[in-house]
Design a protein around this ligand. Structure first.
Ligand code: CA
Length: 519
């Protein structure tokens, strides 16, 4: 860019010609970095070994889980690592909608988890997804693993006119080519939880049942793609790869769910040495899942490591941006809830976010960027030098400049919105035709606030307010009326953001006595 600018000025063309000067980039795609985005499902930020290491420990105020994540630990030393990436609507499909479109669940088309009971929740065909943009910029785009962003239809390629599974409602889905948003290589499924018996439909719609623990199988397929076995990609094009690993994900109850070698690391440890968060209740039945959960984390770490070592072997590591994040977290007996996600608690909302771009990003821990799910798409495009191609309707922000330079003049977000929706009205067949926005909240650098409303009169029925600085394990729910100033400040920010994203709470002025929408 600087060279082009000099050329333009030397040519006496002046600043107005900058746009024109941008155009002639000889063999531009050869310079473009590759991008790999890996996101397992219920992987909480706390389940990373490096947070206990010097240089990382000082940037957080919680104790990390006692997990073995050697590959991610090494990767963290080479990456920009965020402390505060948030899954705004910490549930499978809504997060995926935001990740793909850069929009909040009220605009992505996916306000609720996708299944056949919910025709209102499916990825919008008309939106330009992150993969559409990469594809238009000359990338080969490949998707591996769990997608869970489509309303399932009876389109099983092997059984015409049938759904891909028999259970009702149908959750799993086949994604036909016209719904793949620029991905020209496909090895994916909707959602399915037999971790050692996964299945995938490939680019041509052929089904594969590899009988292998899914993250390791997907890593193998990604490595094969990187090596271009079978001539599956154009080696002259840059690539954009997304890998949606399902584990760690329930069930976590037997060696059908994780690898034995990983389970052996945790099986003999007493539960109180595994579930070390002071807000965890080890008397819960679910506590027995802890060794399986952490074994899944370690297995995912190894699968990720296999992708990294293939990149290195192939000499692709230098010009490849690699991101590791997740769909949302896992409460795992914290806060005495059986729901692993779908709550504003740190274990549910706070996700890993690590970005490696050798020689371009200086490794560091970034503890003052609260990243939201819709920010990921524009930020990925920005990191790849495609900031100018971010679709104008994207609601998230491109924070790539802050990854390149922590002093970049980019305004940092004051916090992240929390979103929980539930089924709204149903038709005579029991199909969900609307969603009800039962909770909204705001996670600032210091506080977490969530407000819940009654389904009938939309009045406040419950609130959560935590001082995450003083009370990192969110043990004390502060009463709103005793913390009026704090609530007013948080609600002011929340109102501003809900208005900006045109959320139903803004449209209906829900709880306007608390939330100033129009100031
Ligand atoms: Ca999920």
């Amino acid at each position: 860019m600087i060279r082009q600018l000099n050329y333009c000025l030397a040519g006496g063309l002046g600043l107005l010609s900058l746009q024109a000067c941008k155009a002639p980039q000889p063999d531009a795609t050869a310079q473009q970095p590759n991008v790999i985005y890996v996101f397992p499902d219920q992987f909480r930020n706390h389940a990373l070994g490096f947070w206990g290491q010097d240089g990382f420990r000082q940037k957080i105020n919680f104790r990390n889980d006692p997990v073995h994540t050697p590959f991610l630990d090494d990767f963290a030393h080479e990456s920009v690592v965020l402390t505060s990436a948030m899954s705004n609507c910490p549930l499978s499909s809504p997060h995926r909608g935001s990740l793909l479109t850069g929009m909040y669940p009220n605009k992505s088309g996916i306000p609720l988890n996708c299944n056949t009971n919910r025709p209102i929740s499916t990825l919008r065909d008309d939106l330009e997804c992150v993969s559409d943009v990469f594809s238009k910029a000359g990338y080969d785009c490949a998707y591996f693993g769990k997608l869970h962003a489509n309303f399932p239809t009876p389109n099983d390629p092997q059984n015409p006119g049938q759904y891909v599974e028999n259970q009702k409602p149908v959750w799993d889905a086949y994604t036909p080519p016209e719904k793949r948003h620029g991905f020209n290589y496909w090895y994916s499924y909707g959602t399915f939880d037999e971790h050692k018996n996964p299945h995938y439909w490939d680019t041509e719609g052929k089904r594969h049942d590899p009988h292998e623990w899914s993250p390791l199988h997907e890593a193998k397929k990604v490595v094969s793609y990187l090596k271009n076995e079978g001539n599956v990609r154009d080696p002259h094009k840059p690539f954009f790869i997304m890998v949606g690993m399902n584990p760690p994900h329930s069930p976590y109850r037997s060696l059908d769910d994780c690898m034995e070698e990983d389970f052996n690391l945790y099986k003999d440890q007493p539960l109180d040495s595994l579930l070390i968060r002071p807000n965890a209740d080890i008397t819960m039945k679910k506590a027995q899942s802890a060794p399986y959960y952490f074994a899944s984390v370690t297995g995912v770490d190894r699968a990720f490591g296999q992708i990294l070592s293939a990149l290195k072997e192939l000499g692709l590591d230098k010009n490849t941006i690699v991101v590791f994040s997740s769909d949302h977290g896992e409460t795992m007996c914290s806060q005495r809830t059986d729901d692993p996600k779908n709550s504003p608690y740190a274990e549910s909302m706070n996700v890993p976010f690590l970005v490696r771009f050798p020689d371009k990003l200086k490794p560091r821990v970034e503890d003052s960027l609260i990243l939201s799910s819709p920010d990921i798409m524009p930020t990925l495009l920005g990191l790849a030098g495609l900031g100018d191609s971010i679709p104008s309707n994207v609601q998230g922000n491109n924070y790539a400049p802050l990854f390149f330079d922590e002093k970049a003049p980019v305004e940092r977000p004051t916090g992240a919105i929390y979103i929980q929706n539930v089924d709204g009205e149903k038709d005579t067949e029991g199909k969900v035709r609307s969603y009800f926005p039962i909770s909204r909240g705001f996670k600032s650098s210091r506080y977490t606030l969530a407000l819940y409303i009654d389904r009938k009169d939309k009045k406040l029925v419950k609130s959560l307010l935590f001082d995450d600085e003083q009370d990192p394990y969110q043990l004390t729910n502060l009463p709103l009326e005793q913390h009026k100033e704090i609530v007013a400040t948080l609600c002011a920010e929340m109102g501003k953001q809900l208005k900006k994203i045109d959320d139903p709470w803004y449209q209906e002025r829900i709880l306007e006595e608390l939330i100033p929408y129009d100031e």
